[in-house]
Structure formats: structure tokens, C-alpha cells
Design a protein around this ligand. Structure first.
Ligand SMILES: *Cc1c(COP(=O)(O)O)cnc(C)c1O
Length: 408
């Protein structure tokens, strides 16, 4: 099973014991799990991976869970890597791929992080968990908590997509809608959790969600037969995906599975909430709070990511960039992707499609590069957003088709 050795403060390197409940480090920074990769290198072979589970748990030696019976799995991970030939042709990208995490349990990649976090919480005896969420993390937490028999307490902005609210309620979670942003929800959870005996599983405030998310990096390597692509476009909210994939690449290099060559890590944000892009452009190490954050891509509405310095480091060290696109272009790109490739992506994933022309135009990406667009969620979870593109007017097209859709 696991080769975890200890946890480490991502800022100061201070060490903490594995196998215990932790939130942030004593200095207030995210903790990262570390493994005995030398031991893993000697006792584990990448050729064995395909015969493991058909989920992210095939990478169990570099995940923190120590007892197989602690694992709470709904089949997350090992999502398809699709070649986008038709869209690639129109964009002028000869080797374009999409990693489709929209097919995960609860329709987003948040399932990876919460499968891992809830498994560890179960192993460490937690019975009540709480989360502030812009939507999909709440749905995933509610599902895994239900499967683990834990109590889930959820705080979401009141304008969260309908799907997230209905899912959370169906999974039996305690849901509170908050008039505000995810940052306001986070303040409430932080204030209430100690008194209520809730374990706070906020993004990067506990060390194991990122461990689940790093499997995105392992899978991309495995699916490209251990030759990483030239670039990965990632829709960046809290940035955990980028931080996690970057960590996975470091680990795989230590395992002797890949070389030191890295893909350009490209952080895509929405123009209505682009704190990482601003910091990247100014050459800053930390992002500033983005006032009046607003975007239809709810997963990107994070005005001040806790791991901003880790995101910016990965983007810069990889030779990548951070850039933003307007919602209008993301929605159009989402429909274009669906119509050309048969994949109905979340607006977050669609934002990466919308970023492609800029990246090709500026020379950050070359025509022949193998480029992976990371689609983090399913379009079906965003019907309110997509319905603005397809209004159903009485007496309109659907009526002419027989009146089956529009009630009279
Ligand atoms: C949470 C979320 C994101 C942002 O994820 P991070 O890794 O924290 O940046 C992007 N897309 C979707 C669909 C999400 O749910």
C-alpha cells in the first residue's frame, strides 16, 4: 500500500507526522504529503499499473491511505484521454487532446480529491465533515460522505448551479446557502467547525484532496506512455489541479518513470475572476484578492487562491503562462467543442478551448505540440449557463418541430 513518510509545510518545509489529522501548517500554509519514493521505486513497477484497479486507486503506493479497507471509492479517475481531431483542425492544432474528467462520479474531477480526503478522514476516525464550496466540491463531498456514512455540512453561494444544490440535498448533506462568495462560505466554516466538531475539508486546508487530484498527472503520463505532452491547459480556480499535477511529475521523476522535461502548465481563468493572471503578469509571487469576482464558470470563481504561490511557481518553472478569457467566448467554445467532438464540457473546461487561438497566435503553443485540454466537469451540471445560448421561446423552433418541448 502507501509509502507515505511524512507531511511537509509547502512554505517552510517544516515536517509533520503522517497518519494524523491535519489542517494548515503552524505558519498557516498548505501541508503536502511526502513519500519514501526510493522504497516505491524498488518495490513498484509502472508496468504493473494497468493490472491494478480501473480508478485512481491504481496509484495507491503514492496515495496516503494505509489500509485498503479505508478506501471510499465510487470509481473516480482513469477518465478518457480523447483525441480532438475535428476541433484541432479548425484551431490549427495538429495534436490536440481532451482529458475528460466530466465522466467522474458527481460529474467533476472534485471526486478525485474527495475520494482521497474522505478515505483518510475515515481512516483517522472522523465522523463529521464540513466544506465551503462553489458547487462541485460540495457535490463530491456529499457523495463520498454518504458512501462513508459520515455527516456532511455544506456552505455554498446561493447562486450555485441548481445541479449542485439538488445533488447535495439528495446525498443527505446539511446544506446552507450563503449570500456571498466561496470566501464568505469559508469564513463561516472556519468559525463553526471547531465548536461543532467538524473536520474542515476546504481546498488545501487539509492535505489529502490534493493527493487525489495529483492522480490527474499520473494518468496523463500513463495515457501518453510516460512521454508527457508539450502543454496542459488547466481551468484554474483554487489551482489544486495544477499544483497536484506538478507534484505528480516531481514524484514520477524520482520514481524514474519520466525525465525532467515538463509540459508547459497553462493556467486559464475567466476575465471576471483572474487573480492568478494578474499576479503572473505583474511578476508577483502571491495573488491579490480579486474584487467583485463574477463568472458563469463557478469553479473558477475563487478570488484569492490559498495556493497562489504554488500555482504561479508551477506555471513559471514550466515555461507556461496564465491567461483569461471572457465568459461569452467560453460558452461559445463549449458549444463548438460539443458540436465538433461530441463532448459536452463544463464552462471551465470550455474556457481552455476558448484560450487556444490566443496561445497558438502568440506562439506559446506550436501547431505540432501535443496539447491536453483538461476538462474538469460535465456540461450537464451547468444547464442554467448553457440555456442562455438556447432559449426555448413559445412559438419558436421547438414548436414547429411538433410542440413536444415547449408546453402550451
Ligand atoms: C473546482 C473546479 C475547478 C477549479 O479547480 P482547481 O483545481 O481548484 O483550480 C475547475 N473546474 C471545475 C468544473 C471545478 O469544479
Amino acid at each position: 500500500m502507501t509509502t507515505v513518510s511524512h507531511l511537509e509545510c509547502s512554505k517552510t518545509g517544516e515536517r509533520y507526522a503522517a497518519g494524523k489529522l491535519h489542517n494548515l501548517s503552524s505558519t498557516g500554509f498548505p501541508l503536502l504529503a511526502r513519500y519514501d519514493l526510493e522504497k516505491a521505486r524498488q518495490s513498484w513497477n509502472r508496468e504493473w499499473i494497468p493490472s491494478g484497479p480501473s480508478s485512481m486507486w491504481r496509484y495507491a503506493p503514492v496515495l496516503p491511505v494505509s489500509k485498503p479497507s479505508s478506501i471510499v471509492s465510487l470509481g473516480e479517475g482513469m477518465t478518457p484521454l480523447l483525441r480532438l481531431r475535428r476541433l484541432g483542425e479548425t484551431l490549427g492544432a495538429a495534436n490536440l487532446y481532451l482529458k475528460d474528467d466530466g465522466v467522474n462520479p458527481t460529474g467533476s474531477f472534485k471526486a478525485r480529491g474527495l475520494s482521497c480526503a474522505i478515505s483518510m478522514a475515515k481512516e483517522l476516525g472522523v465522523t463529521k465533515v464540513a466544506i465551503p464550496s462553489a458547487g462541485n466540491a460540495a457535490s463530491a463531498l456529499a457523495a463520498y460522505a454518504a458512501a462513508a456514512g459520515m455527516e456532511a455540512h455544506i456552505y455554498m453561494p446561493s447562486d450555485v448551479p441548481q445541479a449542485n444544490y439538488i445533488e447535495c440535498k439528495s446525498f443527505g448533506a446539511q446544506v446552507t446557502l450563503v449570500d456571498g462568495l466561496i470566501s464568505d462560505c469559508a469564513r463561516i466554516v472556519a468559525a463553526k467547525a471547531p465548536g461543532e466538531g467538524w473536520f474542515d475539508v476546504s481546498t488545501l486546508k487539509e492535505p489529502y484532496r490534493i493527493e487525489g487530484k495529483k492522480t490527474m498527472g499520473y494518468e496523463i503520463a500513463e495515457q501518453f506512455r510516460w512521454e508527457l505532452p508539450e502543454a496542459i491547459l488547466y481551468p484554474t480556480g483554487g489551482g489544486v489541479g495544477i499544483i497536484g499535477m506538478w507534484k505528480a511529475f516531481e514524484e514520477m521523476e524520482a520514481l524514474g518513470w519520466i525525465t525532467s522535461r515538463r509540459p508547459k502548465m497553462i493556467a486559464v481563468q475567466a476575465e471576471g475572476c483572474m487573480p492568478v493572471v494578474r499576479a503572473f503578469e505583474k511578476g508577483e509571487e502571491r495573488a491579490e484578492f480579486f474584487e467583485n469576482a463574477s463568472t458563469i464558470a463557478s469553479g473558477l470563481r475563487v478570488p484569492k487562491p490559498l495556493g497562489d504561490f504554488l500555482i504561479l511557481r508551477a506555471v513559471r518553472e514550466s515555461g507556461g503562462v496564465a491567461l483569461a478569457v471572457p465568459d461569452e467566448e467560453s460558452m461559445r467554445a463549449g458549444v463548438d467543442l460539443a458540436a465538433r467532438e461530441g463532448v459536452f464540457a463544463a464552462p471551465e473546461g470550455a474556457a481552455c478551448v476558448a484560450a487556444m487561438p490566443k496561445l497558438l497566435g502568440s506562439g506559446v503553443l506550436k501547431k505540432e505540440d501535443r496539447v491536453v485540454i483538461y476538462n474538469t466537469g460535465a456540461g450537464l451540471k451547468y444547464l442554467e449557463a448553457y440555456s442562455t445560448r438556447f432559449p426555448r421561446n413559445a412559438g419558436g423552433e421547438s414548436d414547429k418541430l411538433g410542440g413536444l418541448i415547449t408546453p402550451r
